[in-house]
Design a protein around this ligand. Structure first.
Ligand code: PLP
Length: 386
């Protein structure tokens, strides 16, 4: 069954008489039992933090999305990342984190994990099989994000997974960019996939949510137990919204992917744009990996402007009317950010000009192009870049 069909139906109640289309929202912290034996020995869910019917339906949807054995729902994409790391490390470990990883994950590693004597090493995202040289006896996890959500490097996941498996190291992949629709890390042997469901699954930029999906039952249990120990829980209202997002995610994703390709093609030939950083374009340095491992692209890509002053980049962003300035993607509305202030890297990706990230929403593509046309017109380049 194709994804669009699967997600229109998954997790819905069995149809009887007047059945609601989706599972109902059940709000409860306390769950009541009329028999003590059921409370203590029934093997039932016994407290609100342990979930509800809509949480079960949503977990089922995330497992189906990623071909996983179990899913744990989290209050945000960041907490999905931190949970998956915490479930797989102990004091004194060494972990390898892609240098292109989402900034707040880097912050978590540098400010929190270090308190417990965990050593963090950032590796260049193009490392591939070269990861072997960085593996130590105490390396427990490799954290990947492919593509990097600002600089768009695609990683050689099979090569990294192969080396990780030789050393019994857990591989964790942030798969938010692809919404799990065009990239399948668990099928390529990764152990854990993480989603910021805040993006495509919310789809409306008004819910924060995350999911950790595991390839094996034992990993799923480990993540679930860690989540329970930390008191991780999510509201049934938010879970409902994310399940609702599943119903339409394929159509929205494909429309946004198409707009991003069309806008990138248009920007590619603009005199003030130096290059497009989009993995589906032949000019992307990891285009071959994208062709091998992905079945499509996403709403999110970056461009490099011809050299210009920082103030000119900010003025360009201000002139855009449809593309609002905001730190996200995957919602119905188009967004833009200047990446340079956030490119906090150990290994400088060197773009040779200001890097600007573009997230296409669901607006009309002609209006998107017109917005960029008018905003780029007044961009003043440095003399050397003109
Ligand atoms: C790739 C990636 N992972 C994780 C997150 C964090 O998600 P959340 O905002 O839901 O915490 C983001 C947010 O921008 C992201 O882009």
């Amino acid at each position: 069954m194709k994804n669009a069909t699967k997600f229109a139906h998954i997790g819905r109640p069995k149809i009887g008489v007047g059945t609601s289309v989706n599972p109902p929202i059940v709000r409860a912290s306390t769950l009541l039992f009329d028999k003590a034996d059921d409370l203590y020995n029934g093997g039932h869910r016994i407290y609100g933090r342990h979930g509800s019917p809509v949480h079960d339906a949503l977990s089922e949807a995330f497992c189906a999305l990623e071909n996983g054995a179990g899913a744990t729902l989290t209050p945000s994409g960041l907490s999905a990342n931190t949970l998956s790391i915490l479930a797989n490390i102990k004091a004194g470990d060494h972990i390898l984190v892609t240098d292109s990883s989402y900034g707040p994950i880097r912050n978590f590693c540098n400010t929190q994990l270090t308190k417990f004597g965990v050593e963090i090493e950032y590796y260049p995202p193009g490392i591939g099989a070269g990861i072997s040289a960085l593996i130590r006896d105490n390396t427990s996890c490799i954290l990947l994000e492919s593509p990097g959500s600002l600089s768009m490097e695609i990683q050689d996941l099979p090569a990294i997974v192969k080396r990780a498996k030789q050393h019994k190291i857990t591989t964790i992949v942030d798969n938010t960019w692809s919404a799990g629709l065009v990239y399948a890390p668990l099928d390529m042997g990764a152990d854990v996939v993480v989603h910021a469901a805040t993006k495509f699954f919310s789809g409306h930029s008004d819910v924060l949510f995350g999911a950790v999906v595991s390839r094996t039952k034992s990993m799923a249990n480990k993540v679930a137990k860690t989540a329970a120990a930390f008191g991780n829980s999510t509201s049934p209202d938010d879970a409902y919204q994310i399940l609702r997002g599943f119903r339409t995610v394929v159509t929205r994703f494909e429309q946004q992917e198409k707009s991003a390709i069309s806008l990138a093609e248009w920007l590619q030939s603009h005199a003030k744009v130096s290059k497009i950083v989009h993995p589906a374009f032949a000019s992307h340095p990891n285009h071959d990996l994208w062709q091998r491992d992905f079945t499509g692209s996403s709403c999110l890509f970056s461009i490099v402007l011809k050299p210009c002053a920082e103030s000119e980049v900010l003025a360009l962003l201000d002139r855009l009317e449809i593309f609002a300035k905001g730190f996200s993607f995957g919602g119905f509305e188009s967004l833009v950010i200047h990446c340079d202030p956030q490119l906090n890297r150990d290994h400088d990706p060197k773009f040779g000009g200001p890097l600007v990230r573009i997230a296409c929403g669901l607006e009309d593509i002609d209006d998107m192009k017109n917005d960029w046309r008018q905003a780029l017109t007044d961009l003043i380049l440095l003399k050397s870049g003109a």
